[in-house]
Structure formats: C-alpha cells, structure tokens
Design a protein around this ligand. Structure first.
Ligand code: GLN
Length: 451
C-alpha cells in the first residue's frame, strides 16, 4: 500500500532519493513467514519506515544529498538501521535532505527539493524534509531523521508531524555520516506521539560502536506516550523564544496549546534563558568548524565521485576538481567558514568564543530545569515558506533554527508536536518541548497531552 501511495504522490512530493520496493516486499514477506512460524515479534514488526539518506543501509546508496557521494554504496548498516531491521521494520528507501544536512528547506539537495504535502509550492523544512514529507504524505508511517540544529523538529513543525530529537548520546551515531559530531542525533518522525515512542524504543540505547553513546536505560517513552498525564508538571515558557518576528498564527496556536496544558493541570510559568539569544551565532561557528573537519574525507580518493582523473593530473588537482564539482554552494560556504574559525590566530576569537557561549547556554538550561520540568516555545518562527523564498539569503535561512538550536548546543532532549493550523495561511504549527538530558519521557507526556 505504501509503495502504491509513493507511485501516486512521489512525482509531486519527491520525498525519496532511493526506493527499493522489491527489497522491502521481501523483508515484509520474511516477517509474515516468522509470524506464521509463531516466532515472537516486536510491536513494529512488518511496519514500513523511511530512512534519511545520511544513515547507511548496506547495499543501498547513501548520497547525503550530495554529488560528491554519487555511486557510493556502503557495505555496512548504521546501528539505527540494524536495530530497525532486527525489530522487523521494513525499510522502504532513503529520503531527501539538504546536502550533508546543511539547510532548513531541502533546497540544498543536489537532487532537487522536496515539496510540502500541505502545499506543494512550500518547503517541507530541512534538512530532513524528505523524512517529514514522506510521513505527512502517507508514503511511510514512520521515518528516521537526524537533528544537528533542528533538522527533525523544524520539518516536523512545518509538515504537521511529530519529530523527536533524543538526548545527545541516547541514539547511536554509528553509520550516520557526520555533519557536526558533537551536535548530531538520530531520532523518530511519526504521525502520532505513540508511534514516535515505539520507534524511539527500537533505535535508542547504548551502543559500544559510538564513543559518545550513553550507557543508561532508555527512558519509558512508550509509557509516557500512553499516559499524557501532565497534572502537577511545571512548564516554563522561554521568554527569549517568542514575540517579535514570530508569525501571528504561530503565536496564537502556541498560546492556545499552553492553555490546554494548563487546563489539564500543568503549572505554567515564564522562564528567562538570557544566553539563548547568542545560541544561533555560536552554532554557526561550532557547526562549520566541525563540518570542515568531518567533510575533509570527501577528497575524490576514498568515496563516490572522482573528477578530472585523466592520468595527467596530480592527486591534489583531482581533489580540488572533485570538491569543486561535488560540493554545492552552502557546503563550500560552511567549509570555508569553519576552516577560518579554526585557523590559528582566529581560533580563540571565533571557535573558542562559540564554545564559551555553548557553556552559557547549557547553564541556562540547568538553571531553568532546576525550577521547571520542561521548557516550551514555538518550534520555528513561521509556517512553511515558499520554495525559492529564502534560498539566496543564508541568514534568513539560518533564522529558522532560532528555537531549535539551544537544545543541540546543550545536548538535552527536545521535540516538536503539531498544534493546529495558522489561521492566516492554513499551514501547520509546531510546539517545541525541551526536557533535561535523559528525561525524554517528559517530551512524550506533554506531546500526548496535546494530541
Ligand atoms: N538548519 C540547520 C542547519 O542548516 C540544521 C541542520 C541539521 O539539523 N542537520 O545547520
């Protein structure tokens, strides 16, 4: 049914970069056979899922939305992939994204943008717009995204779906092509809070293959998603994430959702996180710095594309030509920014300062979580904007991540839940919930209360 749905809507939505229907049907048949044999099956056995094309799935191409990886077929599964396969989930294919997960609209994909199923002339968010659109368009009931600065939550917000960024270290990064290793985190995309919780449980938990994986029990997110009980919960509205620059419909739906939580017995207070205003500029130094280092391996020698290798050129020339042809403008911009911020003489002024701001943002969270159980804000300042509207203005594009970035810098758990449509344009609005590290269950409790 999902493959049929794809055949009908993919020409307009373009959520997928690679679909292998035969492999998916064979996997589904194996689950049926196991069921017939009376083998014990988990709750998601046989359920289809879409995988962001930045995580490996052995035998399927991984492009990261970039020409530079064209032709690369990884020989191994990411831990997230492996756990889904072991749980009997059926992988439908790989979803579109901004090149190397840099962007907020999927327009930086080398393979063309994804369209928002709610309005095809609008962006589906980014970088994980393909995963969110696949779920919103009923092409897949579940998907995996990765969130470095908001790439699960912002697409969820603008497509009316549920998106969860687990606590950093809660899900494994093994087999995730790194953008910024200290920020990246895989997580679930779904249409309901309980669906997301079930997928979260499958993919989360300690992995010795990831040096930053946390060796602690996975929070009871399914129990929280089934309960939705927010009585006595203290909820803090972040003063710095709201007001000027937020669309009226986003503000309105946010306020209404907070009123619902209050009517269900939560205690709502306003909280100040003064350093959140500096999170965005700090992120856009930390991220390019780490990215410039992580992307150095795409040199035309080891993976995918190799340009200009006609037997007359040096290795260095081939590397240059490969990077020139293989990387898009945004990737080049960030590599240059990152190498600049890390270079001797500028390191202290840029990268070093950004790391200090990161500590201050983390302390703001710690102070806030000493007083409240969760923090809330709009997920993103506006609803889905038009394709092409911000593509030539990097700063306008970066501002989409204003609300989501603090949780990546601090590493705490964070989510976006749908809270209705903005009256002015009829497009989805998302509410962001932020919880302390390893308290991911609180996100689901609040999400379920709003559903
Ligand atoms: N939009 C952000 C960026 O461009 C988020 C990226 C992400 O989370 N992968 O960096």
């Amino acid at each position: 049914a999902h493959l049929d749905r794809m055949a009908a809507v993919e020409p307009a939505v373009h959520a997928f970069l690679h679909v292998d229907g035969e492999r998916a049907l064979a996997a589904a048949a194996r689950v049926d056979a196991d069921r017939a044999d009376g083998k014990p099956l988990g709750p998601l056995a046989g359920v289809p899922v879409a995988l962001k094309d930045v995580l490996t799935y052995a035998g399927a191409p991984t492009t990261c939305g970039s020409r530079v990886l064209e032709g690369w077929v990884p020989p191994y599964d990411a831990t997230v992939t492996r756990r889904m396969l072991d749980a009997g989930l059926v992988i439908l294919g790989k979803t579109n994204l901004d090149e190397f997960a840099m962007g907020s609209s999927t327009e930086n994909s080398a393979y063309g943008p994804t369209h928002n199923p709610w309005a095809l002339d609008r962006i589906p968010g980014g970088s994980g717009g393909g995963s969110a659109a696949a779920v919103a368009a009923y092409e897949a009931p579940l998907a995996i995204g990765t969130d470095t600065g908001g790439s699960i939550r912002q697409p969820a917000s603008v497509t009316g779906t549920v998106g969860i960024k687990p606590t950093y270290g809660g899900t494994s990064r093994y087999g995730l092509v790194a953008l910024a290793s200290s920020l990246d985190q895989p997580g679930p995309c779904a249409r309901t809070v309980l669906d997301a919780a079930l997928l979260h449980t499958v993919i989360a938990g300690h992995d010795p293959l990831d040096s930053t994986s946390i060796d602690a029990p996975v929070p009871d997110v399914v129990g929280a998603a089934r309960s939705g009980d927010v009585r006595g919960m203290k909820i803090g509205i972040v003063r710095e994430l709201g007001g000027e620059g937020y669309a009226p419909g986003v503000e309105q739906r946010f306020r209404e959702a907070v009123e619902v939580l209050s009517s269900l017995g939560a205690e709502v207070v306003e909280v100040s996180c003064p350093h959140f205003s500096y999170a965005l500029p700090a992120y856009y130094l930390v991220l390019p710095s780490e990215a410039s280092s992580n992307l150095a391996k795409f040199d035309g020698m080891r993976f995918g594309l190799r340009a200009g290798d006609d037997g007359t050129r040096s290795a260095e020339e081939v590397m240059g030509l490969t990077r020139e042809a293989g990387f898009g403008a945004e990737v080049k911009r960030r590599i240059i920014l990152g190498t600049y911020a890390l270079s001797s003489g500028y390191y202290d002024a840029y990268y070093g300062q950004a790391q200090k701001v990161r500590t201050l943002v983390t302390r703001d969270f710690e102070a806030a979580f000493a007083a409240v159980d969760v923090l809330v804000s709009p997920s993103t300042p506006t609803t889905a904007f038009r394709l092409g509207e911000k593509v030539d203005d990097p700063i306008a594009m970066y501002l989409n991540d204003l609300c989501t970035i603090p949780s990546n810098l601090a590493g705490n758990a964070s989510a976006s839940f749908p809270v209705g449509l903005a009256p002015e344009d009829g497009l989805p609005v998302g509410l962001q919930v932020m919880a302390p590290p390893l308290a991911d269950d609180r996100l689901y409790r609040v999400g379920a209360a709003l559903e």
